[in-house]
Write a protein that binds this ligand. Sequence first.
Ligand SMILES: [Zn+2]
Length: 129
Amino acid sequence: MASLLCRARVLAVAGRSLMVSSVRTMSKPGGIPLNVDHATGMEKLEMDMKEAGLEDPFDLKVKNVVPGTRESPTLVPSIFEKRMVGCVCEEEATVVNWMWLEKGGVQRCECGHFFQLTEAAPLQPVQRV
Ligand SMILES: [Zn+2]
């Protein structure tokens, strides 16, 4: 009798674990919500932009550019009055030289590379279908 009860309990537990769905339930009524369903504000905006095809909406990825000169500085877009920029001054450098770029003029890194902050258009929200 005890083994029958134990067997019935094991089957009940095993049956429950088989009810887990492996299908994505994005925004489906009654489904498990995804991160995009919980996101708000800037996180939501970033997820929507990525889904719309813009992989780097805040322009945060590392870029390899030719060193900017005073006459032709490396242009850094921003919607703000200033932006933090990191310069890997030498190819083998193990540290990043961080500095604030401010709108208005050309700024020089300690290594001699020149940067300039430029105006960028603010991101527009994407309508999710
Ligand atoms: Zn530098």
